[in-house]
Write a protein that binds this ligand. Sequence first.
Ligand SMILES: *Cc1c(COP(=O)(O)O)cnc(C)c1O
Length: 345
Amino acid sequence: MTQYSDFRSDTVTRPTENMRKAMAAAEVGDDVLGDDPTVQKLESIAADMIGKEAAVYVPSGTMANSIAIKCWTNELDEVIVEERAHLYNMESTHMTFIARVTPRPLSSNRGAMNPEEVERNIRKPSVHIPRTSLICIENTHNNWSGAVVPMENLKAIREIADRHDVKVHFDGARVFNACHATGIPVKEYGKIGDSLMFCLSKGLSAPVGSVLTGPKDFVDYARRIRKALGGGMRQVGVLAAPGIVALTEMVDRLKEDHIRAKKLALTIQDLPGIDLNPDHIDTNIVIFGFKHPEISIPDFLEKLKERGILALATTGERIRFITHKDIDDKNLEKAISGFQEILSR
Ligand SMILES: *Cc1c(COP(=O)(O)O)cnc(C)c1O
């Protein structure tokens, strides 16, 4: 069996030894009835970390985003999103399917929407026009190659939202990556969103789950929506337990992923066919344009696979590499020599 170096996503990580032990030892109860102590512990740690009143554990980041949007909006509303946002492009249209609101996508500078444009697009309702009730932001920004959205931009958007009485939902699937890249404490990001969700199952390496944080009445309502979507789980402490390990033991090592991603970007940037600015690699995601006179994107990915390296094609003739816990220096060297072998001839 080939031992693949798997750069397709930071979701491919296997649970750590401590996570497996925590799963085996987890105290559990029926979480839908409100008595799983391990889930409650995870939710309380998460709420404290982000600086929110409450938190709810959900099966996926997609469910966290869909619940948040449903909670903050009514039918006939409109939601401002960044045009490449994950929750707008990659989550099977839940905005229209579940919340039944329309997205209003805005362009951005690597994930940072222009605050004036955001303000211009906040619409006052009339018989023709929807009410803007929510602005969604994403940080780090997946499809902008893991870009960190600058704090002053986020603060400007928060200020506009307050002035117009509009809520802000923060898709912080990788918010801890943003913290490592900027040195800004996660509570500062917590202040930007009325709600903030983050994934345990990405760089933090837990097998399952995300946490949605916010005010207590919001989280109470979120629990009802979670149940309605089929996300109420019973002795789910066995899954929350590795989530606790993720938050207590795995946050600090994210910086290693950033160093490896930058190294990959710096070493492949000048190879034929690759369109990449290493200055734009802020965190653990390396997305680059690929246009080669002889090698198509599927051919290139196949050649990498033959050498034991997995990556994904993404929109706009681009290829995506993500570093994570299970990519060590050896895996990285393997990828770099793969690139060199295939492209340097
Ligand atoms: C992965 C991701 C999500 C969704 O998480 P899933 O657990 O895969 O549903 C949401 N937002 C961003 C930015 C992501 O990268």
